[in-house]
Write a protein of this length. Structure first.
Length: 243
């Protein structure tokens, strides 16, 4: 049995959820002769709106990108439309650093059937997920980790781990051809009532060798993203109510 994660057009009305987001990308090759690290920190808004029988999910992020100590401000947006038939279409992908909640291993909102499955899940289940880089299928396991409280949200948690082989160029380093292993692991929490994602911690680790450098150098690349629901303060709520 494979637990499918997805959205249900009947499961959401117009809504808005705010998040704080952070990330870190690290890259090392050889005996440390090439190293780099990029960090991200920002805020995000997910809006959900209905247009007829289609649901539109729009995630907008404003963040600071710190590349080896050089900080720059940036923004990203991802828009996904979901038809009543369950067809999902990414109508806008302007998220090069993979920071939006719509561009992660798990859906931003679960359908009612999947949420019910999480409530009753026991033990582990097989978990297949397309590699974020090669498109090949990663195989692993999915396990419920119990209930929790994320801010004001009573939530249901799940842990995941999947992996597989990788060969090819990396999107952010097209000049390097890498052969090795890719592993993805982390945790996700969903609001027990709205089924919205309220916390995600996901890490992708790639280890292998670069075949187009002399010496067939070893390489390690780690991508980590954390997203957590950000509850508005009383002042924020009062300000929006006066608009």
């Amino acid at each position: 049995m494979i637990l499918a994660l997805g959205w249900d057009a009947s499961a959401a009305e117009a809504a808005e959820q705010r998040y704080v987001v952070a990330g870190r990308d690290s890259f090392s090759i050889g005996a440390g002769d090439i190293k780099s690290e990029t960090q991200y920190k920002g805020s995000q808004i997910l809006t959900i709106s209905r247009n007829g029988r289609t649901m539109r999910y729009r995630a907008s992020v404003r963040y600071v990108r710190d590349d080896q100590g050089a900080a720059t401000e940036a923004s990203a947006e991802y828009v996904s439309d979901l038809s009543a038939a369950g067809e999902q279409i990414a109508s806008a992908d302007r998220d090069p650093d993979n920071l939006t909640v719509l561009n992660q291993p798990f859906a931003a909102q679960l359908d009612a059937a999947t949420l019910k499955d999480l409530r009753t899940m026991r033990g582990t289940l097989p978990f297949d997920f397309p590699s974020p880089f090669t498109g090949a299928t990663l195989h692993g396991r999915l396990e419920r980790i119990g209930n929790g409280t994320i801010g004001a949200h009573h939530s249901i948690g799940v842990s995941f781990e999947a992996g597989g082989r990788m060969r090819g160029a990396l999107p952010d380093r097209p000049g390097l051809t890498l052969a090795g292993q890719i592993t993805m692991r982390g945790t996700a929490y969903y609001d027990a009532e709205t089924a919205l994602l309220v916390a995600l911690d996901a890490t992708v680790t790639i280890t292998g060798n670069v075949s187009n450098r002399s010496g067939n150098d070893p390489v390690t690349i780690v991508y980590r993203r954390t997203i957590r629901a950000d509850e508005p303060t009383a002042a924020d709520t009062a300000s929006r109510s006066r608009r």
